[in-house]
Ligand binder design. Structure first.
Ligand code: SF4
Length: 446
């Protein structure tokens, strides 16, 4: 066999990644492993030897999207391996698509890789075995999601994640920091820490200690935030529950160690609804704590998600939530109408709310949130902020984000008059000239 024919036989994989950032990290791990074994990737199903579909099974609507993606891959290619959350219930997939090559569950990286080996064996070649430092990223090069744990010890009644992904398993702190350093040396400027319950990090390990950079570090939320702050990049915290020890990291935000940004999925404010949801974290006195956090760190941005129309939610509960929102002044909020997820204990609760009522509450919630966001955005006009460049358009314009904006879920800072030498991943100063409800408009202030 000639060298040319060998090059032509490079095994090629198509990847479809659905769902949340945690699923994206799973896809990246699978791809990094396969790339290190000589596989290459294609964006089209037709060119692939086999297609991997990483599914999301959180909500019924996500399951439908996953089944549609599997259907498309089957139609276009016919050789399909399914993994991810929906893989925890394989019969749902095989009933519809009996010719699927393999179905594996969430985090079963080895099983997916083995299924790929069976479908199309690896070809070893020193030229194609090279892998970029930091692994393969599906996000742009300058930011990356870093998963610190798998699973969850909570049992929120609307959620089937613990059933799908099991109890909390934290990665040892030196492993997380090793991966973070690799990402930084590969050019990443912003790391988003993710998990199901970020502030519970390390509880399962009893806060095991390991050496990193000449010091003993605990596998613990505070120690991780402190160590990340030593890398000199932007660190953003997602999926934090308001356990008391969250107060300890606010000074790290005020001192600029990590970004003054907290993504806390509060889901509701009414004590009765929170109890029915079995939410973790001491939700009492949260308003008082938010005030204290903002006293310590005035630039703090709080992002959250909420569910309206949870079973048993009355008009009084909902109005309590709206008043709480006004008082808490949550900077950014997503809102979902309660969905009756198959297998979730909340299905069996009494007092399910009519769809029209859910819709009406959702609209009222979003209007309050829009007003809060608009006022907060207007207050930024005239300020000069640090922004990270996501994309330049080559004509002096750029999409950027401030410290208050997480990629994909928050607003943008749209810039004009950006100097030619500025590129994606650069952090520059920008003066804000205008604002709408969610985005800012500004000019580079170099
Ligand atoms: S904290 Fe609750 S909502 Fe989040 S993954 Fe755990 S059980 Fe699900």
């Amino acid at each position: 066999m000639s060298d040319t024919s060998k090059q032509l036989s490079v095994p090629t994989i198509g990847v479809v990644s659905l769902g949340c950032p945690k699923a994206l990290v799973d896809s990246e791990r699978i791809m990094t492993q396969l790339r290190s074994e000589g596989y290459q990737f294609t964006g089209t199903h037709n060119d692939a030897d086999v297609v991997i579909v990483n599914t999301c099974g959180f909500l019924d609507s996500a399951k439908e999207e996953s089944l549609a993606a599997i259907g498309k891959a089957m139609k276009d290619n016919g050789r399909v391996i399914v993994t991810g959350c929906m893989g925890a219930e394989p019969e749902q997939i095989t009933a519809k698509y009996p010719n699927i090559m393999a179905v594996t569950g969430p985090q079963q990286y080895e099983d997916v890789v083995n299924a790929v080996h069976d479908a199309v064996p690896p070809v070893s070649d020193p030229f194609i075995d090279l892998i970029p430092e930091g692994g393969l990223k599906l996000t742009p090069r300058h930011y990356a999601y870093l998963k610190i744990s798998e699973g969850c010890n909570n049992r929120c009644t609307f959620c089937i994640i613990p059933k799908l992904r099991g109890d909390l398993v934290s990665r040892p702190i030196h492993h997380v920091m090793f991966e973070a350093e690799k990402l930084v040396s590969a050019g990443v400027k912003e790391i988003l820490l993710i998990s199901q319950d970020t502030s519970a990090y390390g509880i399962d390990t009893k806060y095991a200690e390991y050496p990193w950079k000449g010091e003993r570090r605990k596998t613990k939320f505070y120690d991780l935030c402190k160590a990340m702050g030593e890398l000199g990049i932007w660190t953003r915290l997602h999926y934090v529950y308001p356990y008391p020890h969250v107060d300890d990291v606010i000074p790290l935000m005020a001192d600029g160690h990590i970004l003054p940004y907290l993504d806390i999925p509060f889901q509701h404010a009414s004590p009765k609804v929170l109890k029915a949801m079995k939410r973790p974290g001491n939700q009492e006195k949260v308003l008082e704590r938010i005030k204290n956090w903002r006293n310590i760190c005035p630039d703090l941005t709080i992002r959250s998600t909420f569910i309206v129309g949870f079973p048993g939610e009355t008009e009084d509960d909902f109005e309590y939530l709206l008043e709480w929102m006004q008082e808490a002044q949550i900077d950014r909020a997503g809102c979902f109408k309660y969905e009756n997820v198959a297998g979730a204990p909340s299905r069996d609760l009494e007092g399910h709310v009519d769809e029209e009522v859910k819709q009406e509450r959702w609209e009222r919630f979003m209007e309050i949130q829009r007003q809060i966001s608009e006022a907060k955005q207007q207050a930024k006009i005239g300020k000069t902020l640090d922004v990270i460049i996501d994309e330049v358009d080559g004509e002096g314009g750029a999409d950027a984000r401030s410290k208050a904006d997480a990629p994909e879920i928050d607003g943008k800072v749209l810039l004009r008059d950006v100097p030619k030498h500025v590129k994606a991943g650069d952090i520059i100063r920008a003066t804000i000239e205008d604002a709408d409800d969610y985005d800012l408009f500004g000019v580079a202030a170099l």
